[in-house]
Design a protein around this ligand. Structure first.
Ligand code: NAD
Ligand code: DAU
Length: 351
């Protein structure tokens, strides 16, 4: 039975990966997470029924602690590692960059060292099958003008503390491949959205502010562009790249979902007008606020490599995915309140 170590499995995307592995494969999943402010296991726990429960092992570990990380990797004894653990919110990286350096750079370094030790000691047959998949972001490529898209050959140009820390972690992963031969695959993905996302990122923030009748904060002029991807489509891409991607290669993953922030916010408001009419259109709550410092203007992904080499395509259009996401949040408002309270975050402006 295959043993998979997922780091960051109590987070938004890692949680979706863990749920998919538990549902669709017979793998034993070792879920390594420090259980930080953005972590929550509710969605996974709902699935831990009968024999599935025996295939999920939670490891509460902070990757910043090298010794505990080595012990966790030894306990997991993995055939495949999916590394998602990271501090992930750009606004928080502006307010407190130290944690991003610690978790995303030192944490990745400690994991690489622990995994190398494990991989080097594996019997030949398992060693040849072993893979380490590093999950990164399109933000390492910087900011686009009006035209063009990021691809695997775009030079790195990170511009926020978050993206600088992710770029550094990508370089460490590549260095461990070239220097030590560690069998790695990387993916660089655009903005994810969907169920179970901690309500600090744009889409859940907008839904909760609109429902509360509070101002919906739109940074700057609202014309910054992101390329939105439904989280389950990202999981499809991750599992393909992890198992079939070429070693030493990276794959860009995007949703063909380029929109301005204003367009995204207005679409959510329109969906809410239909599902939760409140007398006046929700779009009346949209409020331009001070811009994010160093705000990247536009991201867009050319996903032709993963599409042609591995046959990946997103299955959800943005409008369809947004409506499903709004419906999910409407049915899970108690969860939103619980995680916000647990994190000690009241929804105020960060960064
Ligand atoms: P998230 O913040 O929801 O979850 C991250 C998880 O990692 C949390 O549970 C946190 O506790 C854990 N973690 C952080 N530091 C850790 C440490 N030092 N030790 C152990 N666990 C630690 O983030 P997410 O949105 O699920 O993102 C997951 C990964 O995907 C990140 O690497 C992120 O950079 C990348 N990514 C995210 C997006 C996106 O739109 N959310 C897009 C592209 C890439
Ligand atoms: O591109 C991939 C990245 O996408 C991931 O690597 C990051 O982990 C993830 O957080 C996300 O980064 P962004 O900064 O693009 O996501 P965020 O949801 O914070 O913001 C999306 C856009 O919306 C961005 O242009 C800033 C803007 N924004 C955000 C918030 C929270 C607003 O206008 N108002 C807001 O309240």
């Amino acid at each position: 039975m295959m043993r998979v170590l997922v780091t960051g499995g109590a987070g938004f995307i890692g949680g979706a990966v863990v749920r998919r592995l538990l549902a669709d494969s017979g793998t034993i999943v070792f879920n390594l997470d420090k259980l930080g402010y953005a972590s929550d296991l509710t969605g996974i726990q709902q699935q831990l029924v009968g024999s599935v429960a025996e295939r999920h092992v939670l490891q509460q570990v902070n990757l910043v602690d090298a010794e505990t990380t080595v012990a966790a990797v030894q306990q997991a004894d993995p055939d495949l590692v999916l590394h998602l653990a990271a501090e992930s919110h750009v606004d928080r990286s502006i307010a407190g960059p130290e944690e991003f350096l610690a978790s995303n750079v030192s944490g990745t370094f400690n994991l690489l060292q622990a995994v190398r030790k494990h991989w080097e000691a594996l019997p030949r047959e398992r060693q040849e099958q072993f893979r380490f998949h590093h999950i990164s972001t399109d933000e390492v490529f910087g900011s686009l003008g009006k035209s063009g898209r990021f691809s695997e050959t775009t030079p790195y140009d990170p511009r926020s503390p978050y993206s600088a820390s992710k770029a550094a972690s990508d370089h460490f992963v590549n260095a461990w491949h070239h220097t030590y031969g560690l069998p790695v695959v990387l993916t660089n993905c655009s903005n994810n959205y969907g169920p179970w996302q901690f309500p600090e990122k744009l889409i859940p923030v907008v839904i909760l502010k609109a429902l509360a009748g509070e101002p919906i904060p739109l940074y700057g002029d609202g014309a910054n562009v992101r390329d939105w991807l439904f989280v389950e489509d990202h999981v499809d891409a991750l599992l393909l790249a992890a198992t079939k991607g070429k070693l030493g290669h990276s794959y860009c993953v995007g949703g063909h979902g380029e929109r301005t922030n204003k367009q995204v916010v207005e679409t959510i408001c329109t969906v809410l007008d239909q599902l939760r009419p409140q007398g006046a259109p929700h779009a009346g709550l949209i409020t331009l606020v001070a811009d994010r410092p160093g705000h990247d203007r536009r991201y867009a992904i050319n996903a032709s490599r993963i599409s042609s080499e591995l046959g990946w395509q997103p299955r959800h259009g943005l409008e369809q995915g947004l409506e499903a996401t709004v419906r999910w949040y409407l049915s899970n408002l108690d969860w939103c309140q619980a995680v916000l309270q647990q994190a000690g975050y009241s929804g105020g402006r960060l960064g």
